[in-house]
Design a binder for this molecule. Structure first.
Ligand code: SF4
Ligand code: SF4
Length: 632
C-alpha cells in the first residue's frame, strides 16, 4: 500500500484545472482503465496483417501468433522496437546538434563555440592535435570524427563508443557481439530483424536490445552531450527555483518545452534582446521558464527556473498565466494545443517532425535561428498584451534548487578538497560507508505514480540510508519541486554519514549550508554525465563500472527513451530498478533473462518494485552486495 499522497503542487494544479472544468490526463486514463492486459504483458503483435495476434501466456488462449511466433520472441521483438524508438530519438537529437555545430563552424548558423574546455578535453580523448591551433579548427576535426560515425559503411567500430567508453567494458561488448559501427545502419537492421518473418530467437533479439541500448548510450547520449557542451558551455553549479510558482502574473511568461537547446538557447537570447518591447507592452519582464528536459538544459547552464515536469505540462497552461509555450521535439502532448486554445496561449511548434493540430507553427532551423526565435518571443509578448489584466490562477508553490552538477563542476568542487586527487574524498567516504552508494534516478514523471509520490518518497528512503542520489530528466524536476535540491533537505533526510560529507562539500562550494543530497545532473541525454562520473570513479578504483556500489532507477517509466537508457546502464553492468514493469512479463524466458540471467553476461539485473520503500530497500540491499564484493 502507498503510505504517501499526491504531492501538494500537483494537487493544487489539478484543482485549478478541475475548477475550470478541464479534463486532465488522469481523467482520460480513468476512462480507458483497465488498460489492455496483452499490451501490458508484451504479448500483442501488430507487425503484420495476419495479426494483431494476442498470446495468452498464462490461460487457455492461443500460445503463439498466427505465424507461430512464441511469447518470448514476441516480447523480445516488441522490446527491441521500444529500444529502437528511444535510440532513434536520441540519435536524431545528437545528429541535429552535430550538424548545427558543423554549420556554426562554417559560418552558416548563428552559434558560437562556448565550451572551450570541452573542446580541449575531447581533443585529448580523440587524439586531435591542439598545439598552436584555433579552437574552431580543433572543433572541425572533432565534427569530422563524429560525421564519420554517421556515414561509415566499413563496419569498423564507432569512434565515439570506442574512444569514450571504458576499455574493459568494450572488451566484453566485443565478445558479446555488441560493438557497433554506424548507428543509422543498426537502427535499420533492428527494424528489419523485427519485421515479419525475420529474427524469432529471443536470445538473439535480446542481444540486439543490448546493442541498440549501447548505441543510445554512446551516440544518442554521450556524443550529443559532448557536442552540446561545446556549443553552449559546460554547466556550472547554479541556484534556481522549481514548480508552478515561478510563473509571474505581471511578466511575459514564455515556457520552453522539449529537449534540444539549439532552440531554447536562442529563445533565451532573444528574450533578453526584446525585453524593452515587453516593458513597453506593460510587462515587468520576460520570464523564460523551463519545462521537461529543455528546462533542465536551460537550468543547468543559465539557472533558468523550472516550471513543470512532463505530466504537469497541461496543468500549468490551465493557470492562464503562460503567454507562450514553445516546443521542439519529444514528450509534447497533443492535448497542449487544446488547452492553450482556451486561454489564447500561443502554443508554438517549431520542428517539421512535430506538427500538432491547432498549434501555431513557426519553423525553426539553425540557419535562420535568430529570425525564428525573434518571431517566437514576439508572439509571447503579443499574447501577454491580450492577457494583461485578465485573472490568472498561479498556485504559489516553488522551491529553491541547486542545479548544474556536470562532472566537470563536481570535479572542480572536489578539487577544493584535494587538488591532486579530486576523487579521493569521494572514494574515502564510500570506503568508510559515509556514502553507502549511488543511485541514478532518471526518466519520466508518470500520472500512474504521482498519487504515491513515487520518486520523491523513494529518494527520501535512499537518503536516510546514506545513498547519494544523482538525477536527470523529469525526476530531476520532481526532486527540485519537492525541495530535495536544498541544504535543508540534507539536514532533514540524510543519514549521518551522508550529511557529514555534504556539509564539507557545501563549505567547499561556498554555499550557505551543505550541498544538497540530490544532484541535478541535467536532462535525459545528460544521463551520460552520470555514466561519466561512474566511469571516472571506477577507473580511479581500478574496477569495472558494474562493480561500483551503484544502481540505476527509472521509478516512473513512460517513454521508450527510458527503456533504451536503462538498457545502456545494464550493458555497463549497472542494475536497474524500474516501475511499472516493462512489457516483458508474458515472456517467461525473457523475464528470467533480464531479472536473473543477465547477471552472468554483464553483471546487472532488472528489478520491478512499484512502491517507494520496496524499491529503495531493494537498491540498498543490492548496493550492500556490491560493497561486500569489493570488501568494504
Ligand atoms: S508477425 Fe506473426 S505474431 Fe506478429 S502479427 Fe504477424 S502473424 Fe501475428
Ligand atoms: S524525463 Fe521523460 S517525460 Fe520528461 S522529458 Fe525526459 S523523456 Fe520526456
Amino acid at each position: 500500500m502507498a503510505d504517501t499522497t499526491l504531492p501538494v503542487i500537483e494537487g493544487a494544479l489539478l484543482k485549478v484545472a478541475h475548477d475550470k472544468g478541464f479534463a486532465t490526463a488522469r481523467d482520460r486514463l480513468e476512462v480507458m482503465s483497465p488498460q489492455c492486459g496483452f499490451g501490458e504483458l508484451g504479448t500483442c503483435c501488430r507487425i503484420c496483417y495476419m495479426g494483431p495476434c494476442r498470446i495468452d501466456p498464462f490461460g487457455n488462449g492461443p500460445k503463439t501468433g498466427v505465424c507461430g511466433l512464441t511469447p518470448d520472441a514476441m516480447v523480445a521483438r516488441n522490446l527491441l522496437r521500444d529500444t529502437v524508438g528511444g535510440t532513434a530519438s536520441h540519435v536524431g537529437h545528437a545528429r541535429h546538434v552535430l550538424l548545427t555545430l558543423r554549420d556554426a563552424l562554417n559560418g552558416k548558423a548563428p552559434y558560437q563555440v562556448k565550451g572551450v574546455s570541452k573542446v580541449m578535453a575531447l581533443a585529448k580523448t580523440f587524439g586531435v592535435p591542439t598545439e598552436g591551433r584555433e579552437v574552431n579548427d580543433i572543433c572541425r576535426d572533432l565534427v569530422n570524427i563524429a560525421l564519420e560515425d554517421f556515414g561509415r559503411q566499413d563496419e569498423l567500430p564507432n569512434n565515439w563508443v570506442s574512444k569514450r567508453a571504458p576499455a574493459a567494458e568494450q572488451a566484453l561488448w566485443s565478445d558479446l557481439g555488441l560493438m557497433y559501427s554506424n548507428p543509422h545502419n543498426e537502427i535499420e537492421t533492428a527494424m528489419h530483424a523485427t519485421s515479419m518473418g525475420n529474427d524469432a530467437d529471443p536470445v538473439s533479439l535480446m542481444l540486439r536490445v543490448l546493442k541498440m541500448s549501447l548505441i543510445d548510450g554512446w551516440t544518442g547520449l554521450t556524443l550529443c552531450v559532448d557536442l552540446q557542451d561545446i556549443l553552449f558551455g559546460v554547466p556550472e553549479i547554479a541556484v534556481t527555483e522549481a514548480a508552478v510558482g515561478v510563473l509571474e502574473e505581471n511578466s511575459v511568461n514564455l515556457a520552453a518545452h522539449g529537449h534540444n537547446p539549439v532552440l531554447s538557447e536562442k529563445i533565451l537570447e532573444w528574450a533578453e534582446k526584446l525585453e524593452g518591447e515587453a516593458l513597453a507592452a506593460g510587462a515587468e519582464r520576460i520570464n523564460v521558464v523551463g519545462v521537461c528536459c529543455t528546462g533542465n538544459e536551460l537550468s543547468m547552464r543559465h539557472g533558468v527556473k523550472l516550471a513543470a515536469h512532463n505530466s504537469q505540462t497541461e496543468l500549468i497552461l490551465a493557470t492562464g498565466a503562460v503567454d507562450a509555450m514553445v516546443v521542439d521535439i519529444q514528450c509534447i502532448w497533443p492535448q497542449l494545443a487544446q488547452v492553450a486554445k482556451c486561454f489564447d496561449t500561443a502554443f508554438i511548434t517549431t520542428d517539421a517532425m512535430v506538427r500538432i493540430p491547432d498549434a501555431r507553427h513557426i519553423p525553426f532551423e539553425p540557419h535562420h535561428a535568430d529570425e525564428s526565435a525573434r518571431q517566437i518571443v514576439q508572439a509571447a509578448i503579443d499574447a501577454f498584451r491580450r492577457r494583461r489584466g485578465k485573472p490568472v490562477d498561479i498556485p504559489q508553490h516553488k522551491s529553491t534548487a541547486v542545479a548544474g552538477l556536470s562532472v566537470e563542476a563536481i570535479i572542480d568542487l572536489l578539487s577544493k578538497l584535494d587538488a591532486e586527487d579530486p576523487l579521493k574524498p569521494v572514494i574515502d567516504n564510500v570506503a568508510n560507508g559515509n556514502i553507502f552508494g549511488f543511485v541514478g534516478v532518471v526518466g519520466c514523471s508518470s500520472i500512474k505514480f504521482r498519487d504515491n509520490a513515487m520518486t520523491e518518497e523513494m529518494v527520501k528512503h535512499l537518503l536516510r540510508q546514506n545513498v547519494l542520489v544523482l538525477t536527470t530528466g523529469c525526476t530531476a524536476h520532481i526532486c527540485a519541486q519537492d525541495g530535495l535540491m536544498t541544504s535543508e533537505a540534507t539536514y532533514r533526510y540524510c543519514g549521518d554519514g551522508l550529511k557529514a560529507v555534504l556539509v564539507v562539500l557545501g563549505k567547499a562550494a561556498g554555499l550557505d549550508g551543505p550541498l544538497p543530497p540530490v544532484w541535478h545532473m541535467g536532462a535525459c541525454v545528460d544521463n551520460s554525465r552520470i555514466v561519466d562520473l561512474m566511469v571516472a570513479l571506477a577507473e580511479r578504483l581500478g574496477v569495472k563500472v558494474g562493480q561500483l556500489p551503484a544502481v540505476g532507477s527509472a521509478p516512473e517509466l513512460v517513454q521508450e527513451k527510458a527503456v533504451s537508457i536503462g538498457g545502456s546502464f545494464l550493458a555497463l553492468g549497472v542494475s536497474c530498478h524500474i516501475a511499472p514493469a516493462p512489457r516483458i512479463l508474458g515472456g517467461p524466458m525473457v523475464t528470467k533473462l533480464l531479472t536473473e540471467d543477465l547477471q552472468e553476461l554483464t553483471g546487472a539485473v532488472v528489478r520491478v518494485e512499484l512502491e517507494p520503500k520496496g524499491a529503495a530497500d531493494w537498491m540498498v540491499a543490492h548496493i550492500a552486495g556490491k560493497r561486500a564484493a569489493l570488501g568494504i
